[in-house]
Structures are given as structure tokens and as C-alpha cells.
Design a binder for this molecule. Structure first.
Ligand SMILES: [Zn+2]
Length: 285
């Protein structure tokens, strides 16, 4: 917590002095650790309503790395290899730690980990990062430790072991509970954009090539934002629609929006390798 407090203090000081530009901009990478084939009708809620032919649309699984010379920040950390295989028969193409190694990040180098929401494919490897302070939204923690978390329609999306890990971090004072919005570090902040889950967070980044928004599962596919089509799983449909509107507004203000599961992310940015793209390279369509 002390480290977080000092980040905040530095940030406030810089803002007061108008010196925030002194913080180096961030490199940003999307790392794809798994993918699976699928059809559009599986991914979009009530797809038949749109009266379009059903076509193939895969689902990619990512987490994200932000880095400058002062710090390394992770947004999400992927599903746990062993538990996902055992409980859901889901495999990884490359283990998250191996992916990090490809861009010269060691687990102990990670200073901060943002958990965008508690779904198992985002929060399964928190224990791999011994030095990371972890951020999560207040509403997300409250929901998954509350009375409705165990209901069938909810419970399958979250691994209770990950919830226990987050609770343990709170006791160790390594958890930052975000109330609405929070600065993670100079040039990186999070805001709550609910709908998919009660406390879904998006991450704003001063990237090397401009402002980025890592939407995580506030936006699985670009089509949700571009055509106002909700993803198949949500906690609150009205909030989901509202959040798409907020992402469109951020896009229109000049931020580059990074979708959370869209295979298009791998083709719109420059590849570092088969599992990694550099999000600070030119967007191409
Ligand atoms: Zn997800």
C-alpha cells in the first residue's frame, strides 16, 4: 500500500505542477495465450434478431502489458493452466509466464496488476506475481464475495480459488479497492464500466503513440461497440449498452480502444510474434 500511496503522491504533485509530461509514455502489448473457434451466434446475444447469416468467429484470450523505464503494469493475467484444464477442459497455447519472457518481463518485475473483473480467464494467475500490488473494483469484490456469487448462472464464470486469492491479498495489504476510478500510476488509470460484470474496469494508458483504452470485457468484440450488439453474457443489459456508448465517446475523443477477446486485435497492430502485438503501432484496418 505504501508504494501505491507514493505513486499517488507523485502523480498529484506532477499534476499540480503541470509536470505529468515528464513521465515516460508506455509501451503496450496484447498477449494472446489461448484461442478457440466459434460462431457469431454463440457470442452475440439473440443473434437471430439481426437476421444475418451465422459465420465463424473465434474467441481469443489475452492479457496486456504496459511498460516504461519506471514500471511494469499488467492488466489481467489469464486463466490458470491446471484448473482451467481440469474444470473446463480449456488449454493454453502458451503459458502467460512464457509469453512475458518473450518480451523480457519476469514475474518479479511486475509492479502492479489490474484485475479488470473476476472471471476465471482474467484472474487465474495472480499468485505468479509476488511483487505486484493488485487493483480491483469495489463492486466486483463485493459481488463475488456476496450472496448471489454462487448462483448457477453466475458461478461458472469465476473460480472460487481466485476469489480467495484476492481476499488474501486484502489481508496482506496488497489490494487496492477501486471506488469508481483510480490512478494506478502516472499515465495509467482505471475506471469502472459495468454491465458485463458489476465492477468491470477499463484501463486508460498514455501510450507511446497516444491514448489507449484497454477495454477488457467491457468490449469482447469491436462489433459490440460499432454496431451496438451485446455480447452473449452480461450482468446488466442496460449498463452494457451504456458502457458501449462510453467506449464510443472515448474512441471519438481520440483514444484507441482495445477489445478484450477479438481476433482482430492480432491483425490491426504490428506483430511482435505469433502471440503478441505491439499496441503502440499504427492501427490498420
Ligand atoms: Zn473474458
Amino acid at each position: 500500500m505504501a508504494e501505491v500511496a507514493s505513486h499517488r503522491a507523485v502523480h498529484d504533485q506532477e499534476r499540480d505542477c503541470g509536470m505529468n509530461h515528464t513521465e515516460p509514455k508506455y509501451e503496450a502489448f496484447a498477449l494472446r495465450y489461448a484461442s478457440r473457434p466459434g460462431m457469431k451466434s454463440e457470442h452475440f446475444f439473440h443473434y437471430a434478431l439481426y437476421q444475418e447469416p451465422d459465420t465463424e468467429l473465434g474467441l481469443d484470450y489475452y492479457f496486456w502489458v504496459l511498460r516504461n523505464q519506471n514500471r511494469t503494469v499488467l492488466v489481467d493475467c489469464g486463466y490458470n493452466r491446471d484448473r482451467a484444464l481440469e474444470r473446463k477442459n480449456r488449454r493454453q497455447d502458451v503459458e502467460p509466464v512464457e509469453l512475458l519472457k518473450m518480451i523480457d518481463v519476469r514475474p518479479q518485475d511486475v509492479d502492479h496488476l489490474v484485475i479488470s473483473h473476476m472471471h476465471h480467464d482474467h484472474a487465474g494467475n495472480i499468485n505468479l506475481f509476488p511483487n505486484a500490488t493488485v487493483s480491483i473494483a469495489k463492486e466486483e469484490l463485493a459481488f463475488w464475495t456476496g450472496e448471489f456469487a454462487g448462483r448457477d448462472i453466475m458461478a461458472w464464470t469465476v473460480d472460487s480459488e481466485d476469489v480467495k486469492t484476492v481476499q488474501r491479498l486484502a489481508k496482506e495489504e496488497r489490494l487496492v479497492v477501486v471506488d469508481g476510478e483510480s490512478d494506478v500510476a502516472p499515465g495509467i488509470s482505471v475506471t469502472r464500466l459495468p454491465g458485463h460484470t458489476p465492477g468491470q474496469l477499463i484501463t486508460h494508458v498514455d501510450g507511446l503513440s497516444g491514448r489507449l483504452v484497454l477495454a477488457s470485457d467491457a468490449l469482447h468484440y469491436y462489433e459490440e461497440m460499432d454496431r451496438d450488439r451485446p455480447f452473449s453474457f452480461f450482468h446488466d443489459l442496460e449498463q452494457t449498452y451504456r458502457s458501449y456508448g462510453e467506449l464510443r465517446a472515448l474512441r471519438d475523443q481520440g483514444s484507441t480502444i482495445i477489445a478484450g477477446h477479438d481476433p482482430a486485435v492480432m491483425t490491426r497492430f504490428q506483430r511482435v510474434n505469433d502471440h503478441c502485438v505491439d499496441l503502440t503501432t499504427q492501427w490498420s484496418i
